[in-house]
Design a protein around this ligand. Structure first.
Ligand code: FES
Ligand code: FES
Length: 167
């Protein structure tokens, strides 16, 4: 991690959704703010800013992490993946997003980017999660709209689709 002194701004370079990007950050700037306000990646939402709600979840080097608990300077040289990376270049939803739509797993959608990133991480590591494993990951997220049942159904549907496709 780069050392940045008080009052100084650091020029950070990282990979965002497969693209090399750079921008300036103050020492205490959060990764969530850096993504949204410096890099313009506003798909990552910010709710509590205390690591509780899960809205800001992104992948850092393929592992789900709270962007509001990560300093921007800690992302120097890392690969960050945000919700913007999930749909295809033509805007087509990926399998997980489509399953969310199929199962009415979102209403206002505020919590959805973070939840999608946590389950992108889970499904990359575990092709066939049990309902208990899905519920366990969902325990790290707060949704004020859907009541969670649709989200669990969506993730299980996406997992079934993935495991059917795998050899
Ligand atoms: S905004 Fe990061 S966990 Fe709530
Ligand atoms: S869909 Fe509205 S907060 Fe989750």
């Amino acid at each position: 991690m780069r050392r940045v002194n008080k009052g100084e701004r650091a020029r950070l370079s990282l990979t965002l959704n497969g693209r090399k990007v750079s921008g300036e950050a103050e020492p205490r700037m959060l990764l969530s703010d850096f993504l949204r306000h410096v890099l313009g990646a506003t798909g990552t939402h910010v709710g509590c800013e205390h690591g509780v709600c899960g809205c800001c979840t992104v992948l850092i080097d393929s592992t789900a992490a709270r962007a509001c608990l990560t300093l921007a300077v800690q992302a120097e040289g890392r690969a960050i993946t945000t919700v913007e990376a999930l749909a295809g270049p033509d805007g087509a939803l990926n399998a997980l997003q489509q399953a969310f739509q199929n199962n009415h797993a979102l209403q206002c959608g505020f919590c959805t980017p973070g939840i999608l990133m946590s389950f992108t991480d889970l499904l990359a590591r575990n092709l066939c999660p049990t309902e208990a494993e899905v519920v366990d990951v969902l325990g790290g997220h707060l949704c004020r709209c859907t009541g969670y049942a649709g989200i669990v159904a969506a993730v299980l549907e996406a997992a079934r689709g993935k495991s059917e496709k795998s050899p």
